[in-house]
Design a protein around this ligand. Structure first.
Ligand code: PLP
Length: 437
């Protein structure tokens, strides 16, 4: 799909790692000597072709309104398109099997999604606090009712955007975050997609915690990512992504973005393009290390520990009851229901998170320590894990989550696993736990 036809040999559809590297390859025939590393152009404006030139004549005939903005014949102004951003979106579209558009941050993308559907009712529960703050801003502009994800969904008299398209306006938007911040637990997308559609609504997914999750296979309408996290992966850029299956809907999003001005800069787009080359291998490694850490951490929890398999050192941590609980999608469905005051989500009866997360378990998850003081201190007692917010980067992070989200469990620590060796991260956490006893 995204590959230039002239480059295509008779090969099978490439996997995600290959697409991350080649989905934006220039045409081998017309660009026989292209640089392998994309060039960076920071220009905000472009010289327009002479009206008598062939391309100038073509432009005059189609007009701006008739242009295909995914493949513009010329660039005009970088609020619309630029070479670098176009290439980045080409690779993202390929990786996400859809039409992707980039934004200045994850929250700009989330806000773009809300403006696009202009809902009267939003069904949401917990998850990233900034999205809730964005909904509050939106609710200043019109009456919007916030309901819980598991409430009954109202059937609304849905209007249209008024541009001749099928995109609804004033209806129900079901907003599902999965895997969920900060615990890395998965929510059942097929279940919520079915419920949303039965009520005549739409469903958008914040899939930031699983960059390669194939959410469209679960029947969702739109996916949003904070590309600041895994896609960027190097803690040096802020960007967001929205992706949809329908090109006409992409055109609407493009038009909105061009006029509310939520696009990323060229420099960030270039950094993201560079990061996309290694996304698959980073994600695979981070996901594997995180899942191993979760397995080990479970052996430190008194309720799930078995003394025969735990080392002497670890036994000290178990006996002191430092780690009280671990959350991660690989531990679902769990039999021991959470007894903390913070409401967590209930799994659907038939939900199999492994089937939804075929491309790997989350590399961000959380655990609860025995008291608030330990949770506040732990991120500062480690050597390799840095005490910092955010996630998805190559460096591992720990965060006392209460600092970022005042509604969070005060004993909860969020873990973002980077690319250090499993053994080093394990030893680092072990030493820090022992210090806290
Ligand atoms: C970080 C994050 C966001 C917001 O993204 P920014 O790029 O920081 O604006 C939204 N949702 C989730 C799940 C996130 O982790």
């Amino acid at each position: 799909m995204p590959f230039n036809d002239a480059n295509k040999a008779d090969l099978p559809t490439p996997g995600k790692a290959t697409r991350g590297l080649h989905a934006d390859d220039p045409d081998h025939v017309t660009s026989p000597n292209y640089p392998l590393a994309p060039s960076l152009s920071l220009s905000s404006t472009f010289r327009l072709p002479h009206p008598a030139s062939q391309i100038g004549q073509e432009l005059a005939e189609t007009g701006e309104a008739g242009l295909d903005w995914q493949k513009p014949p010329v660039h005009i102004y970088s609020r619309f398109t630029s070479e670098t951003r176009g290439r980045t979106e080409q690779v993202l579209s390929s990786l996400l099997d859809s039409h992707a558009l980039t934004y200045a941050s994850g929250l700009t993308a989330a806000y773009g999604a809300i403006l696009h559907y202009a809902p009267k009712v939003i069904a949401i529960r917990r998850g990233y606090h900034g999205v809730h703050a964005g909904i509050k801003i939106y609710s200043r502009t019109q009456d919007v009712k916030i309901i819980d994800l598991d409430d009954e969904y109202p059937k609304l008299d849905v209007g249209k955007r008024g541009d001749g398209s099928d995109t609804p306006k004033g209806g129900l938007l079901v907003w599902v975050e999965t895997p969920l911040n900060p615990t890395g637990e998965a929510r059942d997308l097929q279940y919520y997609a079915k419920r949303a559609h039965e009520a005549g609504g739409v469903i958008a997914v914040d899939s930031t915690f699983a960059p390669l999750q194939d959410v469209f296979e679960q029947g969702v309408d739109m996916v949003m990512h904070s590309a600041t996290k895994y896609f960027g992966g190097h803690s040096d850029l802020l960007m967001g992504i929205l992706a949809v299956k329908d090109k006409k809907q992409w055109d609407q999003l493009f038009d909105d973005r061009s006029h509310f001005g939520g696009m990323p800069g060229n420099m960030e787009s270039w950094l993201l393009l560079r990061s996309l080359r290694s996304l698959q291998v980073r994600w695979r490694q981070q996901s594997t290390t995180a899942t191993r850490l979760v397995e080990w951490l479970q052996t430190l929890v008194q309720a799930t520990s078995s003394s025969s398999t735990v080392s002497k050192e670890d036994q000290k941590i178990v006996s002191a009851g430092v780690v009280q609980r671990v959350w991660h999608a690989s531990l679902q469905p769990r039999k021991d229901k959470d007894t903390s005051a913070t409401p967590r989500f209930e799994e659907g009866k038939d939900f199999n998170p492994a089937a939804q997360m075929k491309n790997g378990w989350p590399a961000t998850f959380a655990f609860r320590l025995s008291d608030k003081k330990k949770a506040a201190l732990l991120p500062h007692e480690t050597t390799y894990f840095a005490a910092a917010t955010s996630l998805g980067g190559v460096e591992s992070l720990l965060e006392h989550r209460l600092g970022s989200d005042p509604t969070e469990d005060p004993c909860l620590v969020r873990v973002s696993v980077g690319l250090e060796e499993f053994e080093d991260l394990q030893a680092d956490l072990r030493a820090a736990f022992l210090k806290l006893i």
